[in-house]
Ligand binder design. Structure first.
Ligand SMILES: NC(=O)c1ccc[n+]([C@@H]2O[C@H](COP(=O)([O-])OP(=O)(O)OC[C@H]3O[C@@H](n4cnc5c(N)ncnc54)[C@H](OP(=O)(O)O)[C@@H]3O)[C@@H](O)[C@H]2O)c1
Length: 237
């Protein structure tokens, strides 16, 4: 897919990984529909527009199905990146029904609903959905039970929809490794997390945004799960 002049909707794009994906796609000439919820998107919107593309914002609490109705005002979309996420820590004993439900709502139901609303707006011959996954969905990380289950199910949704929505819409997943320290995480814990990966260093949001662009540009890839994780998958947790 030629990115110049296309329209990309990125969820959770006011900051962190989603912001970098939006900025990098803008740099390649994509108009951006920037989803956010609680964060102020104005700085990211300004930076997106500095690339000479259009940027509109979409404020939705992804756990509230009625709020998705606002998307009926959208025209056409070529790329959807589901990046918004929660990241609850908790093993089988400590996971509450609240954190379980919130994980499923944001990490699994939201991408499902976004795809239901956005794929009918995908008009071209080659369109792309990218779901951002997590290593916790590939391996049984026992301290991230609800998070891992939601991301494992999102991986399944990615593969099933890659079949259902073909041939006009490709659906792929990206599994980031440690690219940005979780808010509130100490430097010590962060160092320990990335030091356990074979590459012994953290990645950056740019590693994820360049993978999104690679998936957009190579139109013979669907149902693929790309690990951009410094080899984290190879280590057990
Ligand atoms: N960071 C990493 O190192 C890493 C590692 C592995 C996988 N990942 C995956 O990569 C993706 C991006 O990571 P990240 O660290 O940038 O994510 P993040 O900071 O944890 O979350 C991104 C955004 O999700 C949005 N969000 C959360 N709950 C929402 C809700 N109810 N409604 C609407 N939006 C909601 C928030 O938007 P607002 O701020 O606007 O409310 C938030 O800014 C995620 O899917 C994550 O699982 C990240």
């Amino acid at each position: 897919m030629e990115l110049e002049g296309k329209t990309a909707l990125v969820t959770g794009a006011a900051k962190r990984v989603g912001r970098e994906v939006a900025l990098d796609l803008a740099k390649s000439g994509c108009n951006i529909i920037l989803h956010h919820n609680r964060s102020d998107p104005s700085q990211t919107v300004r930076e997106v527009r500095e690339h000479g593309v259009e940027c509109t914002t979409l404020k939705i609490d992804l756990t509230v199905p009625e709020e998705y109705e606002i998307m009926s005002s959208l025209d056409s979309v070529d790329i959807l990146v589901n990046s918004a996420s929660t990241f609850f820590r908790g093993d089988f004993n400590s996971t509450t029904i609240q954190s379980w439900n919130q994980s499923m709502a944001v990490n699994l139901t939201a991408p499902f609903l976004m795809m239901k609303h956005i794929t009918p707006l995908m008009k071209g011959v080659d369109n792309l959905v990218v779901n951002i996954l997590d290593g916790a969905g590939l391996r049984p990380w026992k301290n991230y039970l609800a998070h891992g289950v939601s991301k494992a199910a999102l991986l399944h949704l990615t593969e099933v929809t890659a079949r259902t929505l073909a041939p006009r819409i490709r659906v792929n997943g990206i599994v980031p490794g440690p690219v940005l320290k979780t808010e509130g995480m100490s430097d010590d814990v962060w160092n320990r997390v990335y030091s356990k990966t074979p590459l012994r260093r953290p990645g950056s949001p740019r590693h994820i945004s360049s993978a999104v662009k690679f998936l957009a540009e190579n139109d013979y890839i669907t149902g693929e799960i790309l690990r951009i994780d410094g080899g984290e998958y190879l280590e057990t947790r």
